[in-house]
Design a protein around this ligand. Structure first.
Ligand SMILES: Nc1nc2c(c(=O)[nH]1)N[C@H]1C(S)=C(S)[C@@H](COP(=O)(O)OP(=O)(O)OC[C@H]3O[C@@H](n4cnc5c(=O)[nH]c(N)nc54)[C@H](O)[C@@H]3O)O[C@H]1N2
Ligand SMILES: Nc1nc2c(c(=O)[nH]1)N[C@H]1C(S)=C(S)[C@@H](COP(=O)(O)OP(=O)(O)OC[C@H]3O[C@@H](n4cnc5c(=O)[nH]c(N)nc54)[C@H](O)[C@@H]3O)O[C@H]1N2
Ligand code: SF4
Ligand SMILES: [Mo]
Length: 711
């Protein structure tokens, strides 16, 4: 048997961890971490790469539906027939209803590096394939992920994208991880930096209602009630402002809206913040003083703050806190990267005509992303509002497990005139499609991978499984058949030539150094608002409408929202809806990441499924005892909208009164313990953060009882 070990990049997810792979007779049989190279890593899921790659469930040929929608009856087809069918239907629907009736949606499976750079417009928000076709309705899972924290909050405050916010962990003395658990990051590089910083003596604070991996290793764990972080941040600001602990020179010179904020925060006294958040007043005061005194405090936020009724404003409040305490763009603080991202590799023309769905409901989302807010998709299909959508091209998404109220989405899928799905596996979504196209893993493609300040080529490790194709070339081929193929690279040679065309010599250097190449960095530049490095016109200040750091956001005000980072109570919660709380007394949080799954993915991979065979709900021992629930019991979680069964995990890792339900279940190929456990049967489409349009997924009300014990 020919056995070979070689350096590669893991191909399970877009994380891009450098690994060693073992090949036997051309098949991947083993994978190991490479300790000796930059950005080496291997997570639990990567360790099971061979099982993912060679899963018997992998889609191997294009499929064309021959049964009812959702029934799962398909016949194998060739690529030509399948692609022709897609194109003919898109053209037909465009002819009958106009191009806006055709929509596309990209999920987390459509974010490989070159896909991002060439197809998703450089910022990774959504595939641009349908713009030249004439449709504004390009959307993605960014309708429920990342955009609040990564675009809306930082752009309306600092005038930069979240990708340009770099926690200077290595030089920091105080790390605050707020609503994020870097241990589950894919790739896991940030978590490793945190560990190194701790070893060098940095203090770590985790703000999370759950004792997550990061909270478990933190020096201090602060556990607010879910969805109340905005009140906590405003309370911290009040202490800092009233005790005059803020950076006065910075405030005077570089901010807009400070006086209004100073007046607004007065209501967030430590006692009131304690009543709202459950965090003791003394802890609030001490944290505020510590942040102001630190000067080398850095911050890592993520999804924990995105899914409340004031997600964007809460994240803004935290960003403002970092600036006022003098921790913005200083060594050891939260750094701002200068300039545009510069990764967009192709300019795809944006169509004239009506704006996309969601533009009217969530104008800031539209203004800052240019894309459809897909939370409006069911309404467009089912009610024709603001106009009918008749066709959907879905790439790398599991919408029926990701969005609230899956029955509504199923109904929308049934009502479409045409639906195509590109995926590695037969998901529940794919069962509703007319055409299903098989995608490769990244072990089967040649591409490249960027990291912070570093890039390396991705070599193909194994040949494609069956007839699976690289997503990028599926998109490029569709573009070619629609008449604008030149906008996208049509093969690997063109892909690599175009990827580095603007960096002379880089392609050759990459070819000569398989370990990768460091990119020029702007390390050592701080307080870039002083030197004009943040603005395109080169003038000092921030890249916002006022040129200042906008405590009061001009764009938010223009679009009819509060300009200040105001707090809103969770609409479903003990303070805002006490009547509902009497029936549903526990706070429901969903979707904290676990290591063995990737949202709805890997729940059909035996080795990973074994690590957690069933969807769990985490319940505090006192809440469990009050309901006579024991660890491992099958329980029903109910909200006003639905009931879902989970395995109870009784643990004081969750705050008393709060439960945490796993996300991802609800697709037919998954293991038995997950397949029916679709957490989003419990969440709601109309309970949203009004700015982002994100559903409130992490601050709801529920009851938990032993399964079978119906009220
Ligand atoms: N209640 C609740 N709901 C949530 C969340 C929560 O925390 N709680 N989290 C939200 C968040 S943050 C997100 S990102 C969404 C998840 O949003 P989704 O994007 O729907 O995530 P996945 O479930 O990972 O689905 C990705 C799909 O892509 C496929 N895939 C994987 N790799 C590839 C590839 O290379 N090519 C192609 N074509 N397909 C591929 C997978 O098989 C899978 O079917 O869910 C959101 N929904
Ligand atoms: N293994 C694995 N890795 C993943 C994913 C996966 O499914 N599996 N998903 C990927 C995706 S799509 C994303 S978006 C990222 C998400 O990355 P993270 O945001 O780091 O996701 P989590 O690990 O869920 O960490 C969020 C933390 O916020 C806490 N939290 C929830 N609500 C609140 C709140 O109201 N306030 C506060 N303060 N904390 C709160 C949760 O308890 C949890 O510990 O992870 C990515 N990485
Ligand atoms: S994070 Fe993604 S790329 Fe890295 S080892 Fe895990 S699965 Fe592979
Ligand atoms: Mo996400």
């Amino acid at each position: 048997m020919a056995k070979e070990k070689k350096a590669a990049i893991c191909g399970v997810c877009p994380g891009g961890c450098a690994v060693d792979v073992t090949l036997e007779d051309g098949r991947l049989t083993d994978i190991a971490r490479r300790p000796d190279v930059p950005f080496g890593g291997l997570c639990v899921r990567g360790r099971h790469a061979a099982e993912v790659l060679y899963s018997p469930d992998r889609l191997k040929t294009p499929l064309i539906r021959c049964g009812e929608r959702g029934e799962g009856k398909f016949r194998a087809a060739g690529w030509d027939e399948a692609l022709d069918t897609v194109v003919a239907n898109l053209q037909r629907i465009k002819g009958a209803y106009g191009p806006q009736a055709v929509a596309s949606h990209s999920g987390r499976g459509a974010f490989e590096q070159a896909m991002n750079d060439f197809v998703n417009g450089g910022d990774g928000v959504a595939s641009r394939l349908l713009w030249p076709f004439g449709s504004p309705n390009i959307g993605s899972v960014s309708s429920v992920c990342f955009v609040s924290y990564g675009i809306l909050a930082p752009m309306t405050t600092y005038g930069v994208y979240g990708m340009s916010l770099l926690p200077d962990v290595d030089n920091s003395s105080l790390l605050v991880v707020w609503g994020a658990n870097p241990a589950t990051d894919s790739p896991p590089f940030f978590h490793e930096r945190v560990i190194r910083a701790q070893q060098k003596g940095a203090r770590l604070i985790a703000i999370d209602h759950m004792r997550s991996d990061i909270a478990a290793r933190a020096d201090q764990w602060i556990a607010p009630r879910p969805g109340t972080d905005g009140a906590l941040a405003l309370g911290l600001l009040r202490v800092i402002i009233n005790e005059r602990l803020y950076d006065r020179e910075f405030v005077e010179k570089w901010t807009a809206g400070f006086a209004e904020l100073a007046a607004y925060v007065q209501q967030f006294t430590p006692a009131r913040v304690a009543a709202i958040t459950g965090v003791e007043a003394a802890v609030v005061e001490a944290l505020a003083r510590e942040l102001a005194a630190a000067k080398h405090a850095t911050l890592r936020l993520y999804t924990g703050l995105e899914y409340s009724n004031c997600g964007v404003q809460s994240i803004r409040a935290v960003y403002i806190l970092w600036a006022l305490t003098g921790n913005l763009d200083v060594p050891g603080g939260l750094l701002l990267k200068a300039g545009a991202s510069g990764f967009q590799k192709t300019a795809v023309p944006r169509p004239d005509g009506p704006p996309p769905i969601g533009a009217a409901e969530h104008p800031v989302f539209y203004r800052l992303t240019g894309c459809a807010q897909f939370m409006e998709f069911p309404k467009a299909v089912l009610a024709g509002k603001p106009y009918p959508i008749k066709a959907l091209l879905s790439n790398g998404a599991s919408m029926l497990t990701s969005y609230p109220q899956p029955p509504l989405w199923e109904e929308a899928f049934r009502r479409l005139e045409f639906m195509a799905v590109i995926d590695r596996f037969m998901t529940r979504d794919a069962m509703f499609a007319d055409v299903v196209l098989p995608a490769t893993t990244y072990f089967e493609i040649a591409s490249y991978q960027r990291y912070h300040g570093f890039v390396r080529l991705r070599e193909r490790v194994v040949p494609p499984v069956g007839q699976a194709r690289n997503d990028l070339f599926i998109i490029a081929e569709l573009a070619a058949r629609l008449g604008y193929g030149e906008l996208f690279p049509q093969n690997e040679r063109e892909l690599l030539a175009r990827a580095f065309a603007r960096q002379p010599g880089l392609a050759d250097r990459l070819a000569a150094s398989p370990a990768g190449v460091a990119l020029p960095s702007a390390a050592g530049q701080f307080r870039k608002y002083e030197s004009g490095l943040l603005r395109r016109d080169g003038r000092p200040g921030f890249n916002t409408p006022s040129g200042k750091l906008e405590i009061a956001s001009a764009l938010l005000a223009e679009c009819g929202y509060d300009a200040l980072p105001v707090y809103a109570e969770p609409a479903e919660g003990p303070l805002a809806s006490p009547d509902l709380q009497r029936r549903f007394p526990l706070i429901l949080n969903t979707g904290a990441r676990i290591h063995s799954t990737f949202r709805s993915q890997h729940l059909n991979i035996p080795g990973l499924l074994r690590l957690q065979p069933a969807a769990q709900v985490l319940v505090h021992p006192d809440d469990a005892a009050a309901r006579v629930i024991a660890d491992g019991d099958e329980v029903t979680v109910s909200t006003v909208r639905g009931r879902v069964n989970f395995r109870a995990r009784v643990t004081d890792d969750v705050r008393l009164g709060v439960v945490e339900a796993n996300v991802g279940g609800g697709s037919p190929i998954q293991g038995e313990g997950w397949r029916e456990a679709n957490t989003n049967l419990l969440t709601a489409m109309d309970n949203r953060d009004p700015i982002s349009g994100f559903p409130v997924l992490k601050a709801l009300l529920c009851q938990v009882e032993k399964a079978g014990a119906r009220e």
